[in-house]
Design a protein around this ligand. Structure first.
Ligand SMILES: Cc1cc2nc3c(=O)[nH]c(=O)nc-3n(C[C@H](O)[C@H](O)[C@H](O)COP(=O)(O)OP(=O)(O)OC[C@H]3O[C@@H](n4cnc5c(N)ncnc54)[C@H](O)[C@@H]3O)c2cc1C
Length: 409
């Protein structure tokens, strides 16, 4: 990668990094207010997480009314939990409606605030061909920077002893598409969040033999309770009752509906599901059928892995089992600390080692959308606030001029 940018581009409005739902949401709100913007996206399409890194059977985890982006509801004919393809079609229609045309294959690699100029310098690597030699580095200069690269930008790949020795297939869930290729195979799924649980169910549906590693405690809640979505019911109860009481109600109802999960090797955390989410960002698992397969014995629950070996795994309870494949359902992390320098907004990240609770507004025209661990509804709220704030500054200080390109000496 070249150290110095080969071209410099002045962007009259904000630069938005990332064309996922958060980037699209803020772009639509800016379009609505007549503020120009430029989106830089590393992939070759919008919503690349949804299009490239998720499994085929995925549907929205939360009902569509909690997942729609500002200014455009979901079509009425979609089910309550749209499939990933339906969600992607919605996002494509959204981008068309608001004339959002991201610049694709631009990976932002460094961003600094130039205190002298009072502008952001955003360096991106453009790679349109297959070869490194065809790469070009461009610097975008702008007054406002919106970080919308998501909390799930990079796969978390934990170091597991013996991983290199394991001779079967191993992959992160971001590469898993369907259980088809695992028919009759023994598969170890490490991690029991929503992805790990759903991958196990998918493996069962394809007649594979999955085992699920549950290292810690986890809250599993039914996706629906009393004829309503558990998420919707929780939000409604929180309007009237304190969080600790809502947690108690959720746990009592869950006990009636799905029973005591600790009997199956899945203990619950000490804190209730909502308190845990608000304190640590850890999301409860919404069960869509995996628990029934665990109860029936089709999915085995295993203790933490001590080490992987040539053909299998040894567990913390000193048992050993052969496996054909290992799937790491070990989550994702943000990549912002790698490319955003000198930012007050991400200092929280250093201290807490996570992007949890990052505020939507930093200093010097820096904003973030989609980093409050509140899913798509949180991203939509951020997007509206960010667009409103930028519009105010824009009206006050932007001098409308066409985007220009000039070479750097
Ligand atoms: C399996 C799964 C299911 C989920 N289901 C739900 C659900 O039902 N409801 C819900 O509310 N949330 C759900 N989520 C959370 C979901 O990720 C977010 O709600 C949503 O995708 C966040 O959108 P985003 O735009 O913030 O991030 P992303 O969708 O991750 O988009 C970020 C974009 O930024 C791009 N990017 C990253 N780094 C750079 C860079 N350096 N330069 C340029 N571009 C970059 C990426 O390529 C990507 O396109 C789910 C997540 C997963 C993994």
């Amino acid at each position: 990668m070249a150290g110095k940018a080969e071209r410099c581009v002045w962007v009259p409005g904000p630069v938005i990094v990332g064309a996922g739902p958060s980037g699209l949401a803020v772009a639509a709100c800016l379009h609505d207010k007549g503020v120009p913007f430029l989106i830089l996206e590393r992939s070759n399409c919008i919503a690349s997480l949804w299009q490239h890194k998720t499994y085929d059977r995925l549907s929205l985890h939360l009902p569509k009314k909690f997942c729609e982006l500002p200014l455009m509801p979901f079509p009425l004919n979609l089910p309550d939990y749209p499939t990933k393809n339906q969600f992607v079609s919605y996002l494509e229609a959204y981008a068309n409606k608001f004339d959002i045309r991201p610049e694709f294959q631009r990976t932002v690699v460094n961003t600094e605030y130039d205190h002298g100029l009072g502008l952001w310098r955003v360096k991106a690597v453009i790679r349109e061909g297959n070869y490194k030699e065809e790469e070009e580095e461009v610097e975008y200069v702008c007054r406002w920077l919106v970080v919308a690269t998501g909390e799930n930008a990079e796969a978390v790949l934990p170091e597991i002893e013996g991983m290199k020795d394991f001779q079967g297939l191993s992959m992160h869930t971001s590469l898993y598409k369907s259980g088809e290729m695992f028919r009759d195979k023994k598969v170890l799924v490490i991690g029991c969040g929503n992805s790990g649980m759903e991958v196990c169910l998918d493996l069962c549906n394809h007649n594979a033999l999955p085992s699920l590693v549950v290292r810690d405690s986890v809250h599993i809640l039914p996706r629906e309770m009393l004829g309503q979505s558990t998420f919707g019911l929780s939000m409604w109860l929180l309007r009237w009752l304190p969080m600790s009481i809502v947690d108690c109600l959720l746990l009592v109802l869950s006990h009636f509906i799905i029973g005591d999960t600790s009997v199956f090797g899945i203990p619950r955390p000490r804190l209730g599901p909502l308190e845990l989410k608000s304190q640590s960002g850890k999301t409860p698992v919404l069960d869509i059928g995996t628990l029934a397969q665990i109860k029936s014995g089709k999915i085995k629950v295993r203790k933490a892995v001590k080490r992987l070996m040539k053909h299998g795994a040894e567990f913390m309870d000193n048992t050993y089992e052969d496996f054909d494949a290992v799937i790491l359902a070990t989550g994702y992390k943000s990549n912002v600390p790698y490319w955003l320098k000198e930012s007050d907004l991400w200092e929280v990240d250093e201290a807490m080692k996570s992007s949890f609770n990052i505020c939507w507004k930093g200093q010097s025209g820096l904003y973030s959308v989609g980093f409050t661990r509140k899913g798509l509804s949180g991203a939509s709220i951020d997007a509206m606030k960010v667009a409103e704030d930028i519009e105010k500054c824009w009206k006050a200080e932007a001098k409308l001029q066409p985007m220009s390109t000039f070479p750097l000496n």
